[in-house]
Design a protein around this ligand. Structure first.
Ligand code: FES
Length: 145
């Protein structure tokens, strides 16, 4: 049911933890399944993500997608990090079962929320970044679950 990469990132998640005085912190949840993810970004003066850590209180797929998301945004510029969509994370993990696709949305939204926090703190606007939702289940169809 799960790819080897998903199992690997679930069993050995990369970059778990917190960053003290992070440049940006984002927390998102999904009220329907109750899962929560927090992403910490350390961004240097050139707008490059130097470090990224996460904490996830959630299902195995949420852990695996957040782990992979941290690996994908590390060393990237803010604009490149915006291209790390849930689809990109899923592809990097060799796919997720259809009922678990929503879990990967937590990872994408958590990155966006952390970038949003960074932009707010620095009084800047990041092109292409919209205000993230705190609860990604908002507006979703009931039958998705
Ligand atoms: Fe909620 Fe996976 S079941 S994030």
């Amino acid at each position: 049911m799960y790819s080897e990469k998903v199992m690997d990132h679930f069993q050995n998640p990369r970059n778990v933890g917190e960053i003290e005085n992070a440049s940006g912190v984002g927390t998102v949840g999904n009220a329907k399944c109750g899962d929560i993810m927090r992403m910490y970004l350390d961004i240097d003066d050139n707008g490059v993500i130097r470090d990224c850590k996460f904490k996830t209180f959630g299902c195995g797929a949420a852990v695996a997608t957040s782990s992979m998301a941290t690996e994908l945004v590390m060393g990237k510029t803010i604009q490149q990090a915006l291209e790390v969509t849930n689809k990109a994370v899923m592809e990097a993990l060799d796919g997720l079962p259809p009922v678990k696709v929503h879990c990967s949305l937590l990872a994408e939204e958590a990155i966006h929320a952390a970038l949003w926090d960074y932009a707010q703190k620095h009084g800047i606007k990041i092109e292409g970044l919209e205000k993230p939702k705190n609860d990604i289940s908002e507006g979703e169809e009931e039958e998705d679950y």
